[in-house]
Design a protein around this ligand. Structure first.
Ligand code: ZN
Length: 255
């Protein structure tokens, strides 16, 4: 039997301790995101938050993570550089999947993996309205595993507008294109290959709106985690013999 996919949901868990976010996510955003994965027995889920020792990612937590799901905002710059590097190494060398949500576009692991270092305000357009704006996430890669079970589009009643031009590298695949009530558009579901791993950037998820309870959003995150999980989940032995540099043909005449 295939083993379960190990998901670690990481959140700053700061804004959700007070209003106006507390009443939207009384158990914390990480718990709402984790709940969405627990709806499917394919997953084993743990949560980690920034206030914990070593940001909740010490010991063998990262080694025991197939897919890391990341929501962060205010404290992106406070995150430890060494730990951010370890996350990148896990993606590139071991094939751990990374799902980057909303304002985690300013997080260190994501920016290091993308080779971009813009600050808020210098990365793309955004518009924060107290009541948000209606957003439609149009599926533009209908055959992609991430959109399995999703109709033509997902409608989110209220979200914070993130709009083009986004200063991101060209994605390996764009799965969703967002339309906004105010007339903007955004590449809002993008896949990037990085070494053995894959990264999925999904822009919805402003903290004051109940987006992580929405069933289609939870389905997208589960689909993404299944697709991002490293091959070793399906294929238990990690075969790295090809990395030892042994020639495939006889090279004795070159010695
Ligand atoms: Zn936001």
């Amino acid at each position: 039997m295939e083993r379960k996919i190990k998901v670690t949901v990481w959140c700053e868990h700061n804004q959700d301790r007070r209003e106006p976010v507390l009443s939207v996510y009384p158990q914390g955003m990480h718990m709402a995101i984790a709940e969405g994965f627990l709806e499917d027995p394919a997953f084993e889920v743990v949560t980690a938050t920034q206030d914990q020792p070593e940001y909740g990612l010490g010991g063998d937590v990262l080694e025991n993570t197939d897919v890391l799901v990341w929501w962060s905002h205010l404290d992106n710059n406070e995150f430890d550089d060494g730990l951010a590097n370890r996350i990148c190494e896990r993606v590139i060398n071991d094939g751990m999947g990374l799902i980057v949500l909303h304002s985690a576009t300013f997080s260190k692991p994501w920016q290091k993996l993308m080779g971009i270092f813009p600050q808020p305000g210098g990365w793309g357009r955004f518009r924060t309205m107290p009541k948000g704006e209606k957003e439609r996430l149009w599926v533009i890669a209908p055959g992609h595993p991430i959109v399995e079970g999703i109709e033509d589009c997902i409608e989110i009643p209220q979200d914070e507008m993130y709009g083009e031009p986004l200063l991101i590298p060209d994605p390996d695949k764009i799965v969703f294109l967002a339309w906004w009530e105010g007339g903007d558009v955004c590449r809002s579901g993008c896949v990037f290959d990085r070494g053995r791993g894959k990264v999925f950037q999904f822009t919805p998820g402003h903290e004051t709106f109940p987006i992580f309870y929405q069933k289609e959003i939870r389905l997208v995150l589960r689909n993404a985690a299944k697709w991002l999980a490293p091959a070793s989940v399906r294929n238990s032995s990690k075969n790295r013999e090809h990395l030892d540099g042994k020639p495939r043909e006889d090279l004795s005449h070159r010695m």
